[in-house]
Design a protein. Structure first.
Length: 335
C-alpha cells in the first residue's frame, strides 16, 4: 500500500446558533449549545505532517465532510425553525449566508409558543449534534493519535539532526585545530603558496626549528609554523590587507585532499572549500587553486570592510579572535 504524507491541522469550527437565530432564540437551561466544534482538517497548509495511505486520507476527508455537512443542514433547520427564510451554510468551506430574523411580536400567547418552538428546535439540533459527533469521534481520536505520534517522531528526528550536526561540527573543528598549515608569502605580483607540514614539498625549504632566532622578514620569507586553520586565516588576512600584499592564494592540492580525507575518515563528507569556510568564515570564494578571499571594490582597500576576511578574519564559530601582524603572528615569524 502506497504511503504518502499529508498535513493534518486541528481546527475549531464556529456554530454560533445564537447569532444565526437572533432575538428569537429562547435561552433554556435544558440545552447547552457549544460555540465551536473541534475537527481535524486534512491537506491544509498548516498542521503536522502525518504519514498515511491514500485510503486513510480519503476516509478521513469523507468523515470530516459528512460531519460538517450534517451540521450545516442542522444549522439551516434550526434557523428556519426560528422563522428564518433563507440560509446557505457550508461549514466544510467556512461559508455561510442568511437573512436576519426580526424580533418576535409580543402578542398574547405568541411569545409562549415561540419560546416552545425555540426550545424544541434547540433540542433537535443538540440531538443531531450529538449523533454526528459520535460518528466522527473514532476518526478524530485516530487523527489525534496520528498527529501526536508524528509530532514525537519529528522532534526525535530534529534532535537526531542536531546531534549529527554537533558531531559534524566537532569533526570539522578538530581537523581545523591541527597545527599543520604553512604558507610562503609572495613577492610583489606573485601568489602566496599554502601547504601542510605533514606533506613533504620538494619545491619548498624545510621549516626552521621552533627555537630559531627571529629576525627581519621580507615578503618572500616563508611563515613559521605550523599553524591551525584559524591561525592561518588570520595570517592570510594580514597578507591581503598589507599595502603590497597579495590576495592570490595557491593551495597545495595534496593538502586539500588530505584534509578532505581526514574528515571523511570520521564519516563527514565535505569539500575542502566548504570545510575552510565553515571553520574560518563565509568570506571566501571557491577557486581552482583553492579558497580565495572575497575582495571589495577598488577604493575601499584601506577600510576594515575592504575584504571579506577583515575584522578578526575568523567569523566561523570558535574562531581565533586575536588580531596579529604577519611577522608577529603567534610568535611565528618565518622559516
Amino acid at each position: 500500500m502506497a504511503v504518502t504524507e499529508v498535513r493534518v491541522g486541528r481546527d475549531r469550527v464556529r456554530l454560533d446558533v445564537e447569532g444565526l437565530c437572533g432575538a428569537r432564540l429562547a435561552p433554556t437551561g435544558s440545552v447547552v449549545l457549544p460555540e465551536h466544534v473541534e475537527v481535524y482538517r486534512i491537506g491544509v497548509g498548516w498542521g503536522e505532517p502525518v504519514p498515511c495511505s491514500e485510503a486513510d486520507r480519503a476516509r478521513w476527508e469523507g468523515a470530516l465532510r459528512t460531519f460538517l455537512d450534517r451540521l450545516s443542514r442542522a444549522l439551516e433547520e434550526v434557523y428556519r425553525a426560528h422563522g428564518g427564510r433563507s440560509a446557505v451554510i457550508d461549514l466544510a468551506e467556512g461559508s455561510r449566508a442568511w437573512h436576519g430574523i426580526g424580533r418576535p411580536r409580543r402578542w398574547p400567547g405568541r411569545q409562549r409558543r415561540a419560546t416552545e418552538r425555540s426550545v424544541h428546535a434547540q433540542q433537535v439540533f443538540a440531538l443531531e449534534l450529538h449523533r454526528v459527533t459520535e460518528l466522527y469521534r473514532p476518526v478524530r481520536a485516530e487523527l489525534e493519535q496520528r498527529v501526536a505520534e508524528a509530532l514525537v517522531a519529528r522532534k526525535a528526528a530534529e534532535e537526531a539532526r542536531r546531534r549529527e550536526e554537533r558531531r559534524r561540527r566537532a569533526v570539522l573543528d578538530g581537523v581545523a585545530a591541527r597545527e599543520v598549515w604553512l604558507y610562503r608569502p609572495a613577492g610583489r605580483g606573485e601568489p602566496v603558496r599554502i601547504h601542510r607540514s605533514d606533506i613533504h614539498r620538494s619545491d619548498l625549504p624545510a621549516a626552521e626549528p621552533p627555537g630559531a632566532p627571529e629576525g627581519p622578514q621580507d615578503s618572500a620569507s616563508p611563515s613559521r609554523g605550523p599553524l591551525t586553520a584559524r591561525e592561518l586565516a588570520t595570517a592570510l588576512r594580514e597578507l591581503v590587507r598589507a599595502p603590497d600584499g597579495s590576495g592570490d592564494f595557491r593551495w597545495d592540492e595534496r593538502a586539500r585532499a588530505a584534509t578532505e580525507e581526514e574528515c571523511r575518515a570520521q564519516d563527514v563528507a565535505v569539500t575542502f572549500h566548504d570545510w575552510w569556510r565553515e571553520v574560518t568564515g563565509n568570506h571566501w570564494r571557491a577557486g581552482p587553486e583553492g579558497p580565495q578571499p572575497v575582495v571589495a571594490s577598488p577604493g575601499t582597500r584601506g577600510s576594515s570592510r575592504s575584504h571579506g576576511i577583515g575584522g578578526t578574519g575568523v567569523s566561523g564559530s570558535g574562531g581565533y579572535s586575536g588580531g596579529h601582524g604577519l611577522s608577529g603572528f603567534g610568535g611565528f615569524g618565518g622559516y
